[in-house]
Design a protein around this ligand. Structure first.
Ligand SMILES: Cc1cc2nc3c(=O)[nH]c(=O)nc-3n(C[C@H](O)[C@H](O)[C@H](O)COP(=O)(O)OP(=O)(O)OC[C@H]3O[C@@H](n4cnc5c(N)ncnc54)[C@H](O)[C@@H]3O)c2cc1C
Length: 405
């Protein structure tokens, strides 16, 4: 389209990618960003190293695989690696396929983006907080908090979700999408620490262990993860927990009962443990547990098995209580009651319903000329570079099609 104007609302990962993809010699591309700089969230990703994609990625790493598959068939992992190489970022692939820039600095992304933005003559309006967008005949009127209005032929909404609102993503894009008739799915924090109902949290606070944790709902195994977990005074955190948090929150929203099963012992059989206890009848229960589990767990296990005190000798304990304790080592149940809020979450689950969005072009099926990119859509992925990959891919596709006639 000759001399068309494409407005990108939100200068985060997906919006910047959309701008780079949309710009050609015939159009004007303007990023409207409410912050005083673009890409604020990119700087905090991957602990400042930016885990920007994942070499093992498949569509099944996302909540809506069918939609994601279409987008990635056009611009997926390899296109992303090539694109970033072409603008200066080389990958360093680490464990589990996680890709970081060789520089190990998230700021490298902003540096190359700013260079490309200037080179391609993309315009940026900072501190432009979009409050409303109206469409009259074929034009969009994008209105800022201070009343300033920018006219556009096409609009890409890339305002992110609600996670970490300090970086700018406060959910305002959802209202704009709704004002055009788009429906939202349930929105809730994901990749977030969980809150537990467990009387020993104060006692266990600060204890870090490496273990298997299963998410259980109504005695059904929902998801199983293995890795570091950390107990805190409100609940539990660590990479394993972040991975479980999406399903946990989603089940809680449905009113389901949610528990964690912490598997404290993996490498020893139940029979061997039972033998360990009963072949040392003159040892106290505390002494028998030392060397098996973190010492802070001894109190927890003793209390949960209704054993009177830590110093009691094995020979004086009812056999059924010892067997209960051994079972707890393999199946310690803890009730999940929620999670920390959006301030603490890495991503937002839920968003603009995909039924009304074209999976190839990312254009609204309701409003021609309106496109979506990034976390504002009902797409979220696992921890490990999957969410930024979605931002790049959806941004690229939205920008490409917004720039077409
Ligand atoms: C601490 C943390 C670490 C993370 N680490 C990783 C990681 O290593 N790898 C990974 O894949 N993912 C990671 N993520 C997730 C990833 O950062 C996001 O999924 C991704 O940034 C989403 O991109 P986006 O463009 O959709 O939204 P955002 O990056 O949130 O950008 C949205 C932009 O829109 C602007 N905006 C919002 N509303 C308006 C408005 N009304 N007017 C104007 N501008 C507006 C905001 O200011 C913001 O700049 C992490 C997230 C967090 C919080």
């Amino acid at each position: 389209m000759k001399n068309s104007t494409i407005i990108i609302v939100g200068g985060g990962a997906s919006g910047i990618m959309a701008a780079l993809s949309a710009k050609n010699h015939n159009n004007r591309v303007i990023i409207l960003e409410k912050n005083n700089r673009i890409g604020k969230k990119i700087l905090v990703t991957g602990n400042g190293r930016c885990n920007y994609t994942n070499s093992l990625l498949t569509e099944n790493d996302y909540n809506n695989p069918d939609f994601v598959k279409v987008v990635y068939s056009h611009f997926g992992y390899f296109q992303t690696i090539d694109f970033f190489e072409s603008i200066g970022i080389l990958p360093k692939i680490e464990n589990e396929g996680k890709a970081f820039p060789l520089s190990e600095q998230a700021s490298s992304f902003l540096d190359v983006f700013l260079y490309e933005i200037i080179k391609r003559e993309i315009e940026i309006k900072l501190e432009f907080n979009v409050k409303q967008i109206k469409k009259k005949s074929e034009y969009f009127y994008v209105i800022g908090a201070n009343g300033e209005t920018v006219k556009a032929d096409k609009v890409i909404l890339s305002t992110g979700g609600k996670a970490m609102p300090l970086t700018g993503s406060d959910g305002s894009g959802y209202e704009i999408a709704e004002s055009f008739g788009h429906k939202l799915t349930n929105i809730f924090p994901a990749l977030v620490k969980l809150r537990l109902d467990f009387p020993y949290l104060k006692h266990l606070s600060g204890v870090k262990i490496n273990s298997q944790v299963d998410l259980i709902s109504n005695e059904q195994l929902i998801q199983s993860e293995y890795g570091d977990i950390l107990f805190t005074n409100y609940g539990i955190s660590g990479p394993t927990i972040l991975e479980l948090s999406r399903k946990a929150n989603s089940l809680l929203l449905e009113g389901k009962n949610v528990e964690l099963r912490v598997v404290l012992i993996q490498s020893v059989s139940k029979a061997k443990l039972i033998d360990r206890f009963f072949s040392n009848p003159n040892k106290s229960i505390e002494q028998s547990l030392i060397g098996l589990v973190n010492k802070k767990f001894i109190n927890v296990l003793v209390k949960e098995s209704n054993i009177e005190k830590n110093s009691i000798l094995i020979k004086d304990i009812d056999k059924s209580k010892i067997l209960k304790l051994v079972n707890l080592l393999f199946d310690l149940r803890i009730k999940v009651i929620g999670s920390l809020n959006f301030e603490e979450a890495q991503i937002t689950a839920g968003g603009v319903n995909l039924n009304d969005v074209n999976s190839k072009t990312l254009e609204s099926k309701l409003i021609p000329g309106l496109f979506f990119a990034g976390e504002i859509l009902d797409v979220d992925g696992r921890c490990g570079g999957f969410n930024l990959q979605w931002a790049w891919s959806s941004g690229y596709q939205a920008g490409k099609y917004a720039s077409m006639d």
